[in-house]
Design a binder for this molecule. Structure first.
Ligand SMILES: Nc1nc2c(ncn2[C@@H]2O[C@H](COP(=O)(O)OP(=O)(O)OP(=O)(O)O)[C@@H](O)[C@H]2O)c(=O)[nH]1
Ligand SMILES: [Mg+2]
Length: 230
């Protein structure tokens, strides 16, 4: 839930997805890509990580970015712990830490062998958001690890989104808010679409807040999505 404090605006964005899909790596790469201040966000504190020695997230990671264009806008960015037994921790990160979540980036491990696990996580996310995805919570997808072999592509995943009713047909008012599905690589040296996907979710979060009063803006006049950037 958007928070106002001392004249500043705080938005909470969560990277959600199965263990090992790359959420922590994505946030680390986002830090590296933005720390020189030349992009539209800049980190304003160190990345906070609560993890095991193996690198798997034990509770969450949290980073804070400030908009370089709109200085009063801050993004609190979390990743959840993807281990299967940790769903109550994920719910806590989602609902309780700082505020309720404003937007979600769903991170898929694109390797075909994990297809079912990714779907399981999508169902969990649907459940904990009480079917508010897209309607009230902007949502995009990253098909991560696209540098590997034997991977799924965007068409495969859109099929799942359709099955799960997370995809609207062109005539529907919510069509323009269908999740964009990015094919990404989180490894810094081969990085692909890490900043771009964050930029898109930040943009959508702003639009839902400003034009939709917390919901997907559907009035065509108001949803001139080109006018608002970070
Ligand atoms: N090849 C490849 N490896 C990746 C990519 N993204 C992450 N990895 C690797 O995958 C492993 C797991 O990455 P993490 O970022 O720790 O995954 P996570 O989603 O945070 O996992 P949990 O914290 O357990 O939920 C690490 O060894 C990463 O280096 C990618 O795009 N391509
Ligand atoms: Mg992690």
């Amino acid at each position: 839930m958007v928070q106002y404090k001392d004249g500043n605006i705080f938005l909470k964005i969560v990277y959600y997805g199965m263990a090992g899909s790359g959420k922590t790596t994505i946030l680390e790469t986002l830090y590296k890509l933005t720390k020189d201040g030349k992009k539209e966000i800049i980190p304003v504190s160190d990345l906070q990580k609560i993890d095991r020695t193996s690198g798997a997230t034990l509770y969450f990671d949290r980073g804070i970015f400030q908009s370089t264009k709109k200085r009063k806008v801050y993004y609190r960015v979390y990743t959840v712990a993807g281990q299967k037994g940790f769903s109550s921790l994920r719910i806590k990160v989602f609902d309780k830490l700082d505020a309720e979540t404003d937007a979600v980036i769903f991170v898929v491990d694109s390797q075909t062998k994990f297809f079912e696990d990714n779907i399981e996580f999508l169902l969990e996310l649907k459940n904990i958001t009480n079917n508010k995805l897209i309607k009230e919570i902007p949502f995009i997808v990253m098909l991560n690890k696209q540098d590997l072999k034997e991977i799924i592509n965007d068409k495969d995943f859109i099929q799942i989104l359709k099955q799960e009713k997370l995809w609207y047909e062109p005539r529907h008012d919510l069509y323009i808010w269908n999740p964009l599905v990015y094919k990404t690589c989180a490894l810094f040296e081969q990085e692909k679409d890490i900043y771009r996907s964050f930029y898109e979710i930040a943009r959508r979060t702003g639009l839902y807040h400003i034009y939709g009063d917390g919901e997907a803006p559907v009035d065509k006049k108001d949803s001139d999505t080109s006018i608002l950037t970070l």
